[in-house]
Design a protein around this ligand. Structure first.
Ligand code: FES
Ligand SMILES: [Fe+2]
Length: 338
């Protein structure tokens, strides 16, 4: 099966993807090294919803970045330290780092107002090998369940390096167009002809286990690439290199715009290899951007109807599309997430 073209464009499709998929799955927001001290926070937008993760006395906590008074924001998007409390940027309500309202500053006497009923809206937060994830679905299965296949296969392939560098790219296509491109190696000879110098493209393998699609190809001697990639439902990938790895987050920023955030974790002693890896990574991203934007333009042109997937090369896409279809088959749980 292939998904209808309408799912790749328009505000309605994006709204449904956010409600049914992106707000109900584990979403990577950063690394624990970005949350080392009490009050350190990461504020981001997940499935269209502003969220904040903070370190408090107990560990990590996460909330909607939305004040209970009149929906002001607690902190600006990005990273920083908020001290021992959140102070709403609108009228200054103060919240403890566990989400409880400490003080509705200079509010006056409102009949029946009980600050205990105005804690921040909580969300789930969990970590895996130093990577921090949130989930807006309080009933979601644990993060560890999703990562179990990766633990089994790659325990030794992800050494504990700190965050070396972060880079962002913008692509003019639906997030699923980009994901599907990521999920197959079929396009490598045409789109990335240089790849064959790094890996044996003809031996490219795709395997699915749980919610993870593993890709592997033998790496050639002297290549910066390690020839192992893992993509996790619904929008995250880990790309390995000989001396580190990169976490790639694919965020839907609009119906036909996607932001790629690359988080590099690299052996700090390997500066030459790191520079070479950036050259490879930037080249591959530019090539994928061109092809994905071409596909998006053609999807929007109104002539294309679902084609056919290669059983040999595109099993990862077939799996992804069946998961997307499963999530779209039912009432939109907007009330539960908005
Ligand atoms: S909206 Fe936060 S204090 Fe008013
Ligand atoms: Fe590609």
């Amino acid at each position: 099966m292939m998904l209808p073209v309408e799912l790749y464009q328009g505000e309605e499709a994006l709204k449904a993807d956010r409600a049914r998929i992106l707000r109900r799955t584990w979403q990577f927001v950063g690394h624990v090294s970005m949350l080392a001290a009490k009050g350190d926070y990461i504020a981001d937008v997940v499935g269209g919803a502003p969220v904040v993760v903070v370190r408090n006395d107990e560990g990590l906590a996460a909330f909607h970045n939305v004040c209970r008074h009149r929906a002001g924001g607690l902190v600006a998007d990005g990273t920083g330290n908020c001290g021992g409390q959140f102070v709403c940027r609108y009228h200054g309500w103060r919240y403890m780092l566990d989400g409880r309202l400490r003080s509705a500053v200079d509010f006056g006497q409102a009949p029946g107002f009980d600050p205990r009923n105005f804690s921040l809206y909580p969300i789930r937060v969990d970590t895996w090998r130093g990577m921090v994830f949130v989930n807006l679905d309080m009933a979601a299965a644990p993060l560890a369940d999703m990562m179990a296949p990766l633990d089994r296969r790659w325990a030794a392939d992800l050494p504990e390096f700190g965050l070396t560098e972060q880079r962002t790219h913008h692509i003019g296509c639906n997030w699923k167009t980009y994901v599907e491109n990521y999920l197959e190696g079929y396009h490598l000879p045409m789109v990335h002809p240089e790849f064959d110098e790094d890996i044996v493209v003809s031996d490219y393998q795709v395997e699915i286990e749980g919610e993870i699609v593993f890709h592997a190809a033998p790496a050639r001697d002297g290549s910066v690439n390690a020839g192992l990639w893992a993509w996790m439902w619904p929008n995250l990938a880990i790309n390995t290199y000989r001396h580190g790895y990169m976490v790639e987050r694919m965020t839907a920023t609009g119906p036909d715009s996607t932001r790629l955030d690359y988080f590099y974790f690299f052996d700090p002693a390997r500066t030459a290899e790191l520079a070479e890896m950036f050259v490879v990574s930037d080249r591959v991203t530019a090539q994928d951007k061109d092809i994905c934007e071409m596909v998006q333009r053609n999807l929007a042109a109104g002539v294309y109807r679902p084609g056919v997937l290669s059983p040999k090369h595109e099993a990862g896409i077939a799996w992804f599309q069946s998961r997307v279809a499963e999530h779209h088959d039912g009432p939109t749980p907007l009330a539960a997430v908005s």
